[in-house]
Design a protein around this ligand. Structure first.
Ligand SMILES: Nc1nc2c(c(=O)[nH]1)N(C=O)[C@@H](CNc1ccc(C(=O)N[C@@H](CCC(=O)O)C(=O)O)cc1)CN2
Ligand SMILES: Nc1ncnc2c1ncn2[C@@H]1O[C@H](COP(=O)(O)OP(=O)(O)OP(=O)(O)O)[C@@H](O)[C@H]1O
Length: 232
């Protein structure tokens, strides 16, 4: 595992050093001193509950500011990857807000897709084209999704990136979601990072350790407002 560390200089130029996970810091170290939540010996449900509470207690100003900063970094990631077909999500339950990022992608003519709960295949997702004129409906969780039109469905192999929502993550790229196993089932079909799965989360969603099960697929990249974590 190679870790490249970018620290920000006073004039905002990155300083690079090499150790063993790849963390690029977007913010100055003083902003990174929140102690990591110690999740050792905690159940998945308790970790999920704790982190959901943490991200929901961010103020509206923090939510907006963190989302804008993280979106800038995510846009840079999308452009670095030359991604043209990108799956995103619509914000729910205190997740990083995505609408500004989606607007930027639309402006750049990059195709955006959203997850749609599969109508027949329980626990599975479909990814459907999301455009300014998409007809939206609410799913069983109250999240808006494009109305199913088979012509707008994209298969996983045609996506360049899947930006995944998550509840908790750790520095090995392990993720835990809302508990439906939807993204786990999707990520199980990813081969050789095509599409590249990139987690998108608040810094307060990092925990010391996410307990994993055989179905959990670690994320190769996670972007937060202050960091880019790359796991090789
Ligand atoms: N924004 C977003 N969209 C997403 C996901 C996500 O995590 N975030 N998903 C990621 O998989 C899928 C939906 N999975 C979800 C699973 C549970 C809940 C949820 O709010 N559960 C309630 C209980 C609801 C019930 O019992 O009916 C809760 O836990 O409070 C939401 C989304 C697809 N779309
Ligand atoms: N690849 C898979 N194949 C079959 N079942 C799976 C798979 N992945 C997860 N599951 C099932 O889904 C359930 C929920 O998994 P888990 O708690 O890890 O979901 P999650 O990561 O929190 O949710 P999500 O992936 O939707 O964000 C598990 O109990 C497991 O039985």
């Amino acid at each position: 595992m190679t870790i490249t560390r970018f620290m920000t200089n006073t004039d905002n130029r990155p300083v690079t050093s090499t150790s063993s996970a790849s963390i690029s810091y977007f913010a100055s170290p003083s902003e990174l001193q929140e102690p990591l939540f110690d999740s050792t010996n905690m159940s998945r449900d308790n970790i999920r509950r704790h982190v959901r509470q943490e991200r929901n207690s961010l103020s509206p100003q923090e939510q907006t500011q963190f989302s804008l900063i993280a979106s800038r970094h995510m846009l840079a990631e999308i452009q670095t990857q030359s991604a043209q077909h990108v799956a995103l999500y619509l914000t729910h339950d205190g997740e990083l807000a995505t609408q500004k990022l989606i607007d930027a992608l639309w402006e750049l003519n990059i195709n955006v897709y959203l997850p749609l709960i599969h109508p027949f295949c329980k626990g599975h997702l479909l990814f459907v084209r999301y455009a300014r004129d998409s007809v939206m409906v609410k799913n069983q969780y109250g999240i808006s999704e494009p109305k199913l039109n088979v012509q707008h469905v994209i298969t996983l192999d045609k996506l360049d990136m899947i930006i995944t929502p998550l509840v908790a993550f750790d520095h090995h790229g392990n993720r835990m979601g809302m508990g439906g196993g939807y993204y786990d089932r999707t990520l199980a079909h990813v081969k050789d990072n095509k599409p590249l799965a990139v987690g998108f989360a608040h810094d307060c969603q990092e925990v010391s350790q996410v307990p994993t099960d055989f179905w959990d697929i670690p994320l190769p990249v996670i972007i937060t407002p202050t960091r880019r974590l790359a796991v090789k």
